[in-house]
Design a protein around this ligand. Structure first.
Ligand code: PCD
Length: 793
């Protein structure tokens, strides 16, 4: 069993999967500049596409004159929304059952929206010609503030939707309203707080792009694109463009970071496809940094009110929240259909509550569409931020230590599987040891003493705690689908005659190291060294169907599939081995890499021997076909629920209000660990994301709807200078339903770190009576908070 796993390698980690900290197989390629990204694809005769974007947030399109652009040197085609409309291609479905304009026809609805495109001999000719397109706009009032979107006099953004007379997008609720109200009514203490999670952007290092190559003779479309979900995208293209699915190959080569930004289908991909069909040539589209920031999927933008009810001695009874969700101009959220608010329902956190309730209203505004799960399993980041902030507000109200308050209210180990008051079934967890380890690593009591001494001297030091439970690994097909596609994952394993193997995955790595870790999973199960196992992914013609990589689902879903397909191959190998050794199957023992005859260990065959026999001459046991391969489709029975305890120490400069993250301790529990080195890398990256969101990042708009975060000069992302040396630790609570007990971890740190940092800053500002301040905690916001004058975000 996973609990008894023997660590065969010199690694003092607690029971990792064999080959634990092996170096990443993909790195020699990346370190030598030999990665192959979409923009590296060069095809003979390839043309280049550039997109004209709206300069205004809301306007009616009166007319578009493309004649000068068409006459510009090197231009092959200029295409407008009206031209796409003739083919029925001006609108496309989003991943949340809304529609989004590929190119605007009637109106533009956010600054940066796609209005027309030019295809030309090179990127420069295409961009130059954009300047020559003359668009006449009749500018309308924009709706920028979500709080005003439902005002009776607010201009209607989505008048393309039949009968739409307001900017309402959807309502959603979870939990029990009446039961929660009853608990609140009898609670000793109730604390409420307005909390904003501002709009942020995943900003991956590589922007989005595609190379489309439609071959009219074969009738086949090849599309290299920056996608985290090649199979899902292929099906959508087939449905929208009417090209049969087997005539579409989506290839997602090396990807320079995804972070949820590469889950949606963007108009640019569709434009590249149309352009290739129209011109009969391959067409490349690569957006620049500003285009990525202004037009592709943003994240968060939740305006929340949190309320918590407790007894005077610190027993948390209930949590209630009301959320106003800003979805921008088109609902581009990527979430399973039944979950319009993603997995926000886990806002009950890691605590054993009596009741919980959430009511949410989502609205349209004149801002870029999105709501993508930026390093977060569908809105879990917002949920964790809400609960961990409000729990700290309660600790403040009760005058209780925030660590002690959390320890007092954790779901206890014997309560798992634990069903929350909003219906989520946490598979396993053991929270107290994780919390205690973090406190021990941080030297918590000593830190509090240091803080008291500093406070006495007027120095501002803060200690912030966050404890999170995530729900990752979407998902069980009974509950979860994206546009009708179930979220199970396929996996195929072939062992070649010489005992080398290839495993084909339906998920797609964007830097996480799947070529290494999936080889490790298979190696562990079948005894072939990971170096001898090739991992193939990111190519729909060469991998089984599955829904892609996001929401930390690869390990929980495809990782399980890889383990099970390997076991299936091993079962067949066992039968062949029994024939080779002339004993019954029951008389064989499996020891990593070989079958041995029980009681006669000298008689054995290796998996490589079996592979050769499976493909070679000589008899196979009755009824066994040749070859050594298998395929499965794994439908998870539940999500996996990793957890973690984070402690952050900050210093705030009383003169400049600048926050420095001095220390950060992160203890993560993702069940069985496959590659501890990769996990640490994932955690380091996510913690850095957290510093960005907590202290620096925000996509803001002015009152006309101009995006103020359109470049990395204005949208600040953290560098090595803003982050401390991370201190990481771990506990291991395996998932009971995952074949190797592993849970996802890729997003844990992004989810858990913002509340830890904000809690630390608020703690530092306690002498000023501050209970809450909204992210990003830039010096000016901290300054305002110190002056009792928090600015509206
Ligand atoms: N692992 C291990 N162990 C365990 C778990 C895990 O080892 N237990 C590892 C694996 O194998 C891999 C990693 O780690 O490699 C991760 O995993 P996961 O958790 O499963 O996840 P995935 O699915 O793979 O991935 C995804 C994620 C996400 S989701 C995100 S954001 C991010 C992360 O991932 N992104 C990225 N990380 C990263 N990294 C990099 N480099 N890049 C990128 O981009 Mo979303 O929803 O999309 O928003």
């Amino acid at each position: 069993s996973v609990h008894e796993r023997v660590d065969t390698f010199h690694d003092n980690d607690q029971k990792p999967v064999g080959h634990g900290r092996m170096l990443r197989k993909e790195d020699p390629r990346f370190l030598r500049g030999r990665g192959r990204y979409v923009d590296d694809i060069q095809l003979p005769g390839m043309l280049h596409l550039a997109i004209l974007r709206s300069p205004v947030a809301h306007a009616r399109i009166v007319g578009i004159d493309t004649s000068a652009a068409e006459a510009s040197p090197g231009v092959a085609a200029v295409v407008t929304g009206a031209m796409l409309a003739e083919q029925g291609l001006a609108w496309m479905p989003t991943l949340s059952n809304d529609v989004q304009a590929v190119l605007a026809t009637d109106k533009v609805r956010f600054q940066g929206q796609e209005v027309a495109f030019v295809v030309a001999e090179n990127r420069y000719a295409a961009r130059d010609a954009l300047e020559l397109i003359d668009v006449e706009y009749d500018v309308l009032d924009p709706v920028v503030d979500a709080r005003r979107a439902l005002a009776p006099d607010a201009p209607v953004i989505r008048d393309d939707l039949e009968g739409k007379t307001n900017n309402h997008c959807f309502d959603w609720e979870t939990g029990d309203e009446a039961a929660t109200a009853a608990v609140f009514a009898r609670a000793d203490v109730v604390v409420s707080q307005d909390i904003v999670y501002p709009r942020v952007h995943p900003a991956p290092m590589e922007t989005c792009g595609a190379v489309a190559d439609f071959d009219p003779v074969e009738g086949k479309l090849r599309l290299w694109s920056t996608t985290q979900a090649p199979h899902a995208h292929r099906t959508l293209y087939a449905l929208v463009a009417g090209i049969p699915e087997h005539k579409i190959q989506v290839i997602s080569p090396d990807i320079g970071g995804g972070f949820g930004n590469k889950v949606p289908i963007y108009p640019g991909y569709v434009c590249a496809i149309v352009a290739s069909i129209v011109t009969g040539k391959p067409v490349k589209w690569m957006e620049d940094r500003s285009e990525n920031l202004v037009s592709t999927g943003f994240a968060r933008d939740y305006i929340m009110r949190g309320e918590i009810a407790a007894t005077r001695d610190g027993r948390i009874l209930a949590i209630r929240t009301n959320v106003l969700a800003d979805h921008g101009a088109f609902n581009g959220t990527a979430a399973p259909v039944k979950y319009p608010a993603g997995f926000f329902g886990v806002f009950t956190g890691s605590y054993d509550l009596e009741a919980a309730y959430c009511k949410m209203t989502a609205v349209y505004t004149n801002k870029a569409p999105g709501g993508v799960a930026y390093a977060c399993s569908f809105r879990i980041t917002e949920a964790v931020y809400l609960v961990e902030r409000i729990v700290d507000c309660l600790a403040d109200e009760l005058g209780m230590d925030p660590a002690e308050l959390r320890l007092k209210n954790f779901i206890r180990p014997e309560q798992f599987p634990y069903t929350t008051k909003t219906g989520w079934v946490y598979d396993s967890g053991n929270y107290e040891p994780t919390m205690r380890l973090a406190m021990q690593m941080a030297g918590y009591d000593e830190l509090r003493r240091e803080q008291a001494a500093k406070r006495a001297r007027g120095e501002l030091m803060g200690i912030g705690i966050a404890f999170f439970t995530e729900a990752v690994g979407a998902g069980p097909r009974k509950d979860m689908d994206i546009l009708g596609l179930g979220m199970a994952d396929g996996c195929e394993l072939r062992v070649h005659p010489t005992g080398k193997a290839v495993v084909r995955l339906s998920v797609q790595s964007q830097g996480q190291g799947h070529e290494t870790t999936f080889a490790q999973i298979v190696a562990e199960e079948i005894g072939i060294p990971p170096a001898d196992i090739d991992v193939v992914h990111g190519d729909t013609d060469n991998t089984p169907f599955g829904l892609g990589t996001y929401g930390s689902r690869s390990t929980p879903v495809s990782g399980a599939a890889a383990a099970l397909v390997a076991r299936k191959v091993r079962d067949k190998a066992r039968i062949i081995a029994s024939g080779m050794l002339e004993v019954s199957v029951a008389d064989l023992e499996w020891e990593k890499g070989a079958f041995r005859v029980k009681g006669d260990p000298g008689r054995s065959v290796t998996i490589q021997d079996v592979a050769m026999r499976a493909h070679g001459a000589g008899d196979l046991p009755e009824g066994v076909e040749g070859g050594l391969e298998a395929q499965i489709c794994y439908n998870p029975s539940n999500l996996t629920y990793p957890h973690g305890a984070y402690i952050c120490v900050v210093d705030v400069d009383p003169g400049t209000a600048q926050v420095t993250v001095r220390r950060f301790v992160a203890v993560d529990d993702c069940g069985t660990r496959i590659n501890p080195m990769i996990i640490e890398g994932q955690v380091h990256g996510g913690l850095t994301d957290g510093v960005g969101m907590a202290l620096m990042e925000m996509i803001a708009f002015d009152e006309d709807g101009n995006c103020l975060g359109a470049s990395l000069m204005d949208y600040l992302i953290p560098t090595a200078l803003e982050v401390p040396d991370w201190e990481t630790g771990f506990t291991v609570t395996p998932s009971p339903h995952h074949p190797i007990g592993a849970k996802g971890v890729g997003e844990s740190a992004t989810v858990g770190s913002p509340p830890a940092i904000v809690n630390a800053v608020v703690d530092a500002l306690k002498p000023f009576g501050v209970r809450h301040a909204d992210m990003p905690l830039t010096p000016s916001r901290v300054w305002d908070a110190m002056r009792g004058n928090p600015r509206p975000p």
